[in-house]
Ligand binder design. Structure first.
Ligand code: PLP
Length: 232
């Protein structure tokens, strides 16, 4: 398996999806989801100019942050425990998974200590799957109204993890709902809140997500191959 070749193939599909949707390629950032994969494999992508990587565990993000060049952008895409916020507050470029006011308050406090404003996304469980984190569509605006009061957080948009499906078309409606929700929230014109970022689409469905307005797609398996959790 050649991660460079995989990456180039995904990049081509991203370009084609942008073309099909009449969008500029620069509107979409391809995040290489490197969770469970060694730093050495990430290094293979660096000559291609790849800068954006996604991790779902704090410990893994921080150790790869230490091991790799400092100009990379680390996206925290997994569920975040409050007691671990302090470890990533000045290492992650964006936290995709804010789903409670308590977590937002912790991020605010840790960001304040470091004198920075932390960009975050609100994770929405659009499909209402029991097994998933994230707030419901109905809870999203009320949560953002509270988070907006926290000076050391900037809400940049929304994120969703769509259900696992065989046919990516089955997730089109989910992506459309997230986009519509972000448009509604943007219309509220809240301080500290912009809705320019939509993090949606994974290996199985990123092209459909791009057609529906994704600005960040999170692709793991399509670039790095299957994950072997038993070996980690
Ligand atoms: C693992 C993961 C991905 C990547 O999934 P693939 O199907 O391997 O592309 C994307 N987003 C989140 C939140 C993940 O945890």
């Amino acid at each position: 398996m050649d991660v460079k070749e995989n990456y180039k193939a995904v990049e081509e599909k991203v370009q084609r999806a942008c073309q099909k949707a009449g969008r500029d390629r620069s509107e979409v950032t391809l995040i290489a989801v490197s969770k469970t994969k060694p730093a050495g494999l990430i290094e293979e992508l660096l000559p291609l100019g790849v800068k954006d990587f996604g991790e779902n565990k704090v410990q893994e993000l921080t150790s790869k942050y230490e091991a790799l060049p400092k100009d990379l952008h680390w996206h925290l895409i997994g569920h975040l425990q409050r007691n671990k916020v302090k470890y990533i507050i000045d290492k992650a470029c964006l936290i995709h998974s804010v789903d409670s006011l308590r977590l937002a308050e912790t991020i605010h406090h840790e960001a304040e200590k470091k004198g920075l404003v932390m960009p975050v996304l609100i994770e929405v469980n659009v499909a209402g799957e029991e097994s998933k984190f994230g707030v419901s569509v109905e809870e999203t605006l009320p949560l953002i109204q509270e988070v907006a009061k926290l000076q050391n957080i900037a809400v940049k948009g929304l994120m969703t993890i769509a259900p696992y499906v065989e046919d990516p078309e089955d997730n089109r409606e989910i992506f459309r709902k997230l986009k519509n929700l972000s448009v509604d929230i943007k219309g509220e014109n809240m301080n500290n809140v912009t809705m320019d970022v939509l993090s949606m689409g994974m290996t199985g469905d990123y092209e459909v997500a791009i057609e529906e307005g994704a600005t960040l797609v999170r692709v793991g398996t399509g670039i790095f191959g299957e994950r072997n959790y038993a070996a980690v």
